[in-house]
Design a protein around this ligand. Structure first.
Ligand code: ADP
Length: 237
C-alpha cells in the first residue's frame, strides 16, 4: 500500500453467507480520486461500498485501509429510506450527529464541532435552514444536509450510494457540482454509486462497471469505448 493510497483491494471477493456477489476485484483508491461505480440493479454496487467501508469482511483477498480511515476520516451517505426522510430533528442536530463516531463517551458536542457543523452547512448553501425541522425540507435540501453531515465525519473520503435518487434534475446537478468542488478544490476523494452516467463521465477520474461477466475499470473515455460502456449508455440514455 503506497503513501497516497486510502483503500487497496487485492483479488477481493465479497458476498453473503459464502455466496460471492463480486470476485477477483483489484482496486486502488488514492487521495483526491473520484471513482464512479455503475452497473445493473443487483450487480453488487452497494455490496462493494459495504466492503470499502469495512462493514462486510471479504470472503477472499484483502482490503487494506489507510490508518487514518479507521479513525473516522470517511463520510458515508447511504441510500435514503422513508424513515430517514421523516427523521424528527432539526437540521443542525442532524449535521452534528455526523460527529457521533468520533465522540466516544462524551455526552456533548465541542464548540469546535459546532462551528464545523455550521461551516459545512454554509459550504453546502443551507446554513439558513439550520433551525428548521429536517423532515420538512425538500429532497434536494435533505441531501445537502446529509452531505454536510457526512463532511463532519470525512476529512479524506466521501462514499455515496445513489445520492441523487428522487431529486429533480436541477437539484441533482447542484449536488454533482458540490461534489466536484469538494473533490477538485478540497482534495476530497469521492466514491459514488450512480445510475446517472453523466456525472460519471464528466467528473470522475475512474469508472468501475460491475457486470454479470466481471468488472470493467478504466477512465471515462476507455469506458465509453468498451462493450460494457456502449451497452450501458444505450440503456441509460
Ligand atoms: P446493487 O447495489 O448493485 O443494486 P447489491 O449490492 O445491493 O446490488 O446486491 C447484490 C446482490 O447481493 C443481490 O443479488 C442481492 O440480492 C444480494 N444481497 C444484497 N444484500 C444482501 C444481504 N444483506 N444478504 C444477502 N444477500 C444480499
Amino acid at each position: 500500500m503506497g503513501n497516497a493510497d486510502l483503500i487497496v483491494c487485492r483479488d477481493v471477493a465479497l458476498g453473503y453467507e459464502g455466496q460471492e456477489v463480486l470476485s477477483h476485484l483489484n482496486l486502488r483508491i488514492g487521495g483526491g480520486d473520484y471513482l464512479c461505480v455503475v452497473g445493473d440493479n443487483g450487480s453488487g454496487k452497494s455490496t462493494l461500498l459495504r466492503g470499502l467501508l469495512g462493514l462486510l469482511p471479504p470472503l477472499a483477498g484483502e482490503i487494506c485501509r489507510a490508518p487514518e480511515l479507521e479513525s473516522g476520516a470517511v463520510g458515508y451517505l447511504p441510500q435514503q429510506t422513508q424513515a430517514q426522510r421523516d427523521f424528527p430533528a432539526t437540521v443542525e442536530e442532524v449535521v452534528l450527529s455526523g460527529f457521533l463516531n468520533r465522540r466516544g463517551l462524551r455526552f456533548f458536542y465541542t464548540a469546535a464541532e459546532k462551528s464545523q457543523a455550521l461551516m459545512n452547512l454554509g459550504k453546502l448553501g443551507v446554513l439558513e435552514l439550520r433551525n428548521q425541522s429536517y423532515r420538512r425540507l425538500s429532497g434536494g435540501q435533505q441531501q445537502r444536509v446529509l452531505l454536510a453531515r457526512a463532511l463532519c465525519a470525512a476529512s479524506r473520503l466521501l462514499i455515496l450510494d445513489e445520492p441523487v435518487t428522487g431529486l429533480d434534475p436541477a437539484a441533482a446537478q447542484d449536488l454533482y457540482k458540490t461534489l466536484n468542488y469538494l473533490n477538485r478544490r478540497e482534495g476530497m476523494a469521492v466514491v459514488m454509486v450512480t445510475h446517472d452516467l453523466r456525472p460519471a463521465l464528466r467528473d470522475a477520474g475512474t469508472v468501475l462497471h460491475i457486470g454479470r461477466r466481471g468488472v470493467f475499470l478504466g477512465t471515462p473515455a476507455e469506458y465509453l469505448a468498451s462493450p460494457e460502456g456502449r451497452r450501458f449508455r444505450e440503456v441509460a440514455e
